[in-house]
Design a protein around this ligand. Structure first.
Ligand code: C2E
Ligand code: MG
Ligand code: MG
Length: 413
């Protein structure tokens, strides 16, 4: 599940450290304590496993994969059988494919992986991973729904659509190469304000809405709320481009360009103040119909962004013949690019493609300063992620922007 800034309390995790090298263990303990957390050290995985039964929730395990007796992979297998396993930070001195393999294994066991670190360790990155909020979704397999999480029925979701229980939260994006425009824009992310369960995140309802054929209803709600909010901000003198997620079924509806035009006119908005994001993996289904709709949207001045770029296995030729103005590199690559040669190579290739095809490149899932600095050096134009800010309710965004402008002297007119 995701966590937004206004909704999740933060309780301090206990950090377990397993490494057979005493020097490294000492160093790890120092970093943990510097982060204001409590460390429990183990030289041998065996000793740790004996303690496994005593876990409370909300803890972290920093695990070296190579150890002489019981190795990290065996620890992962043990954790898979435990209730409330700790979230993992995996360490290895071997090449990055070993770390990715271990990470995938952990994810397949439905464990949460905060991140991976290659030796020699970047202490700043370790600290960043330790200081992420404990309830962050981190990296889970796409279809992961913990068994303790109740699955909603189609009737419940239908009722929520009819009763207008969906709200938008906004996550800032920061421009790295400022060209006169505002420094910040924001992505609109939908949440279900459930009457008894609190704020429910899209991974628990989007797929169901899609399956039931109700996406047009949700998109309609999202578009209307985003436009009304944009209008309000503009009246308050706040200028911020909004990105709105739409889905494949929306872009094959031939009336979408007219719907958007009407919405913009009704709210007295300029088309250049919104961007529509479509996930790459959804793009290729109905090529002709979507080309028609996307081209007409561009003609009306709306920007279009390919979301989760790099995960869709689509034909690059077909993709770049579509009228997109932006690509968003998937957070799966961005999150690992510092210290993982393969992820870094993919990020570089995406930035190069963006340059060649005159598209803005946005990196999502930026969680630490080292990643942001590297992205800036590589020529990425815009960053989004927990480092900049978590998604937040509209009233907090206005306040957040104000604080940024106070420290930087911009954003507002
Ligand atoms: P997305 O469009 O790729 O949105 C980015 C997701 O990554 C959001 O999750 C956001 O909270 C999360 N995120 C942002 N920064 C970080 C970070 O630094 N680290 C990590 N680990 N995660 C980060 P969220 O809000 O749960 O949304 C998930 C997906 O649901 C979205 O992915 C999008 O595909 C879909 N979605 C959200 N809102 C809408 C909507 O209004 N309409 C449609 N059709 N889909 C939506
Ligand atoms: Mg998106
Ligand atoms: Mg995305």
């Amino acid at each position: 599940m995701s966590s937004d800034v206004v909704t999740q309390p933060f309780s301090k995790p206990l950090v377990y450290l397993i490494d057979d090298e005493p020097d490294i263990l000492d160093m790890l303990r120092d970093v943990v304590e510097l982060s204001g957390l409590e460390a429990r050290c183990f030289f041998e995985a065996d000793d740790f496993i004996k303690e496994i039964q005593g876990f409370g929730g909300n803890n972290i395990l920093v695990l070296d994969l190579q150890m002489p007796k019981v190795d990290g992979i065996e620890v992962i297998r043990h954790l898979a059988k435990v209730e409330n396993p700790p979230e993992l930070i995996l360490i290895s001195g071997q090449d990055s494919s070993v770390l990715s393999g271990a990470e995938n294994l952990a994810l397949a066991h439905r464990l949460t992986v905060r991140g991976t670190l290659k030796k020699p360790l970047s202490l700043a990155r370790l600290r960043g991973l330790l200081e992420l909020q404990a309830t962050t979704p981190i990296k889970r397999l796409k279809d992961d729904v913990k068994s303790s999480v109740r699955v909603f029925s189609a009737e419940e979701v239908r009722e929520a659509l009819d009763l207008d229980q969906f709200v938008l939260h906004y996550q800032p994006k920061e421009e790295l190469a400022l060209s006169g425009a505002s420094k910040y824009s924001a992505e609109c992310l939908v949440r279900w304000q459930h009457p008894t369960e609190g704020l429910v995140y899209p991974d628990r309802f989007i797929a169901l809405i899609q399956k039931q054929g109700w996406m047009a209803d949700l998109t309609n709600i999202v578009l209307n709320q985003a436009a009304a909010q944009q209008r309000k901000w503009q009246k308050d003198g706040i200028r911020i481009n909004l990105s709105i997620n739409i889905s494949a079924s929306d872009i094959t509806s031939l009336t979408l360009p007219e719907t958007i035009s009407r919405l913009l006119a009704d709210n007295e908005l300029d088309a250049t103040t919104i961007t529509l994001e479509v996930t790459e993996s959804e793009l290729m289904g109905e090529l002709t119909a979507s080309l028609d709709v996307l081209t007409r949207l561009r003609l009306k001045g709306v920007s279009l962004s390919i979301d989760d770029f790099g995960t869709g296995y689509s034909s690059l030729l077909q993709l770049f013949r579509m009228p997109f103005s932006e690509l968003k590199i998937d957070q799966g690559f961005v999150g690992k690019m510092v210290g993982d040669m393969e992820a870094l190579a993919i990020v570089k290739a995406c930035i190069l493609l963006g340059e060649q095809f005159h598209m803005r490149v946005v990196a999502e899932g930026v969680e630490d300063q080292a990643t942001k600095t590297l992205l800036a050096e590589l020529g990425c134009q815009s960053v989004q992620g927990y480092l900049i800010a978590k998604p937040m309710a509209a009233e907090y965004l206005a306040e957040w922007l104000l604080l940024q402008s106070e420290s930087e002297g911009q954003v507002k007119d």
